[in-house]
Design a protein around this ligand. Structure first.
Ligand code: TYD
Length: 217
């Protein structure tokens, strides 16, 4: 059995990663190819805990007041979730020959936890080290979008803003993602202009996926 390929889609909040992940999977399935979409934080036990933190559901005021866990705690939780996600869901699917399309991966940890820590290169190195046992994707697509465009898309969604959905942080994250390749020199990373219409972004992504599969578009 030939192993499946791992495709990761990355970008700031509102860049369209979730939508594009399902479009890639749909197109692969239309061609008769098995595809599985998944996301990080995952739907496993650690991922569920992280989502509760992101939406503020488990931050109860203690003796020293209410606070969110620090960037270091979050980095450790995300790294643990990633290993569990790989063991429980990603690796078994890849072993079955299924293409796995993952909405966010360790590039998100390096970007979000570094930016939320204040942005030092020591932190990004530490976060990369924490994730050293996470297998490398075959292809990572970074959806580059203007922070204002992404903010507008987020406003059209229901629900309260999550932990990192703060304007200033998203601007810093967009700058970080623009240069993320420098921190992952051995990865295959392709940037896609995601300011465009959803369909145009899908076409640009599909061209990269067909290239990865060694086919013509
Ligand atoms: P997101 O992917 O936007 O999911 P949803 O659409 O369900 O809200 O939310 C996940 C948030 O977690 C997003 O703000 C990015 C952040 N994140 C990190 O900070 N580090 C990580 O390693 C990952 C995977 C996500």
């Amino acid at each position: 059995m030939i192993e499946g390929q791992l495709i990761v889609v990355e970008g700031i909040d509102g860049s369209g990663t979730t939508t594009q992940c399902s479009f890639i999977a749909e197109r692969l399935r239309d061609k008769g190819l098995p595809a599985h979409t998944t996301r990080e934080p995952s739907d496993g036990p650690i991922g569920v805990l992280i989502r509760q933190v992101l939406t503020g559901r488990v931050i109860t005021p203690g003796r020293h007041g209410a606070r969110s866990p620090s960037w270091a705690t979050m980095a450790a939780l995300f790294a643990a979730d990633r290993l569990d996600h790989l063991e429980a869901e990603i690796n078994p699917n890849l072993a079955d020959g299924v293409t796995v399309i993952c909405d966010r991966y360790d590039h998100s940890s390096v970007a979000y936890q570094t930016v939320s820590s204040g942005g030092s290169s020591d932190v990004s190195k530490w976060v990369r080290d924490l994730n050293r046992r996470a297998r490398r994707p075959d292809l990572t697509l970074v959806l580059d979008v203007d922070p204002e465009v992404a903010a507008k898309r987020r406003r059209n969604r229901s629900g309260a803003p999550e932990l990192y959905e703060v304007g200033e942080m998203q601007v810093a994250l967009a700058e970080f993602y623009a240069k993320i390749d420098e921190l992952f020199p051995d990865d295959t990373i392709v940037h896609v202009d995601a300011n465009r219409d959803v369909g145009e972004v899908t076409e640009a992504i599909w061209a990269e996926v067909t290239k990865l599969r060694g086919e013509s578009a």
